[in-house]
Design a protein. Sequence first.
Length: 446
Amino acid sequence: MNNQKPSGTMPGSNSKPANTSGTNVKTNNKAAANNKAKANNKAKANNKAKANNKAKANNKAAANNKAKADNKPKANNNANNNANNNANNANNNANNKAINNQIEKLKELENQLTEEAEAQNNLNTQILDKQEAESTDEPFYIKHKKLLIGIAIIVGIIVIYFLGKYIYNRFFKQNKTETQKLHLNQHSSSTQDKIFNEKIVPPRNGFDYSITFWFYIEDLYENFGLWRHILHKGSYDGVKTLNYDDWNDLSSDIREQAPGIWLHPDKPIIRFAVSIHPDKEYCGIYTTSQDCKDKHYCEWDGFKCDTSRKHPGDLYRDKKIEYLHTRQDESIIQYVDIEVPVKRLVHLSYVFDQKALNVYVNGELHSVAKFMGEPIWNKMDLHLCLQSAFSGQLLDFNYFPDTIDRDKIAQLYNNLPIVEEVPKKQRIYKSLEKGDIGNVFKTLFS
């Protein structure tokens, strides 16, 4: 510590003292000595204080060093504990972080599902809004759908009814007719035959039936000049010879014909005859000239009203034919004539349909006869090729107890029989069509 000198002239200096009194010099020296003593004391005091402070500082440093030495093991333990705690905290933080990540993913998934649900709800709301908007202006078929459904049901029932009726008539009814038919495969004119009435199914409605067959004339001049018998369903005593050259005589003796089929005495003409009950339009019921003349098909002979000698099938063709003279409520025989070839097969079909007779030749409609009454179906036997018969063959004969259609007629016509009367070329073709190879070789080498 630097001691500063007091201001003024110090003792022992080379400067000469001033001329002052002795008292003042002594007083100044004493004061100087006191100041010097004070200064020394103060310096000592300062040094002592420094020494004390230094000692305290050393003691404090020693104490601190000792304290540090004592705290060092504790610091190591704390460091280890802190390291473990830090590791545990790190593991916990990692686990917490993983859990938090999972939670965040779940929250994201939840948010995504929520957004999708909201989007679906919005879509449903839009659809409902659209439907609600459209419902305010519904189309006719929506507004009246109950009425339309009712109409559709009624129409459906009607369609089902007629469809069922068609199916029945097309398949079941026809099949039943097929099973009830009478069939003869081949019958020669040289053989008489009889089929009992019990084997013949009567027409379903009492008068509509069908007959089809192939016909072949071998010799037109056999029994020439007589009405040559082919078949008839009606009366015959089994004894009388049928030698009739006049149709009126024949029809007077054989009143019941349902039908009767005959070959003309001198022409290749087949006559299909049938007994009928004349209805109220028949001319014989009119008893006055005026009533008779009002009907274009009747004529007054001066005493009674009779037909104008026109066959019902010829009413629109002006062909003169013969009739029996019959009265009201008596049966009348009416007929249709068809010209056929000689020595060549021809297919004939006679089909009654609602009291009208449709005649088919080789599968094609030839004529329609409108009778003046209802055909009579008798309960007598069917006779074939009696005395004075024609010369030839009756092939694939079919009787059906109902009306058959054109498809069935075409089918029967296309079923050409394989017999010698058919030309060889046609027989071979039909045999091949049926797959009958044996008959092909038989025909080729016959």
